[in-house]
Ligand binder design. Structure first.
Ligand SMILES: C[S@@+](CC[C@H](N)C(=O)[O-])C[C@H]1O[C@@H](n2cnc3c(N)ncnc32)[C@H](O)[C@@H]1O
Length: 279
């Protein structure tokens, strides 16, 4: 006897399954008016919980990597509740300042092994609750073996072998509409477009010691997102600027930036890098 199928439309079962979910996603047909930012190429020495310097709907793209609260030098020393409440405030502010049709990319790794903590899941939930629409997820594969966790658990035994992550996530979102609502000039070539629209990116990690910050991401990471998702002269935000990698990527691609950072020492590093790496 022929089985009944739940999947009646589309060329494959999975396609129909996906489109059933898509029907439920609320996308705005018309987007709210955007504002041109008066703030250009500035770093603010303060917490991004309050970004009052920035107008509503004025940022085209945010690329950032949040601190984790696990005791690294660039981390915070908060309770879990304090940490998530701070993240909620910062991403609510990020939502407010993002253009209608603007984008957000959050780079995050899963952590811990006893048990494993799915940070990427927690951030995805937080950002969807904040109102962002998820566009996709990039798996950033760092060079094989680099930064892998070498606590094997059990060696050559099924007793307790530990999975060693060689990847991080870049969670990608939009505000209101998946389509950009402003016009402009793209700077993307065919080859890069083809590569950047695939869900796995191979990029070597940055050298923390050389940069002088404990957790920088490699320049190529924000560069690829900026080139893919923005036009020339758009405004790029990093609410956790650290050593300024996002700002450098923005300037090298003829975009503008704004950043927030609570540690003066890292702001100095960011300013020096900007002087050195951007003409
Ligand atoms: C993971 S690092 C970002 C590194 C950055 N992507 C780079 O390439 O250098 C997170 C940064 O957020 C900063 N930070 C933590 N809490 C903050 C807050 N409330 N507002 C602004 N910056 C904050 C930390 O000092 C740290 O430099």
């Amino acid at each position: 006897m022929k089985k009944n199928s739940f999947f009646k439309s589309g060329s494959g079962a999975r396609k129909a399954f996906v489109s059933n979910f898509q029907d439920k996603t609320e996308l705005k047909e018309f987007t709210d008016a955007n504002n041109k930012s008066k703030i250009v190429d500035e770093i603010f020495h303060k917490s991004s919980e309050n970004m009052e310097e920035l107008e509503n709907n004025s940022v085209s793209l945010t690329v950032t990597s949040p601190p984790y609260n696990i005791g690294k030098d660039s981390d915070l020393d908060l309770t879990d509740d304090e940490y998530w409440s701070m993240m909620e405030n910062i991403f609510k502010e990020t939502y407010r300042v993002t253009e209608s049709g603007g984008r957000l990319v959050v780079n995050v790794a899963n952590l811990g092994r006893k048990p494993y903590i799915p940070f990427s899941k927690y951030f995805t939930e937080l950002l969807i609750e904040t109102g962002f629409i998820m566009r996709g997820e990039i798996i950033w594969q760092k060079s094989k073996g680099a930064n892998a966790n070498f606590a094997w658990g059990s060696w050559l035994s099924a007793s307790n072998p530990v999975i060693r992550d060689i990847h991080e996530y870049c969670l990608v979102f939009s505000k209101d509409s998946l389509k950009k609502s402003t016009q402009g000039e793209s700077s993307l070539e065919k080859e890069e477009f083809m590569e950047s629209t695939l869900s796995i990116w191979n990029i070597n990690p940055a050298r923390a010691k050389k940069i002088g910050h404990p957790a920088p991401f490699p320049l190529e990471l924000p560069q690829k997102f900026i080139n893919l998702y923005t036009y020339k002269n758009d405004l790029i935000l990093d609410p956790f600027l650290g050593s300024g990698t996002t700002a450098i990527a923005a300037k090298l691609l003829q975009r503008n930036f704004v950043g927030y950072e609570i540690e003066e020492e890292y702001i100095e590093i960011a300013k020096n890098r900007l002087k050195k790496e951007v003409n």
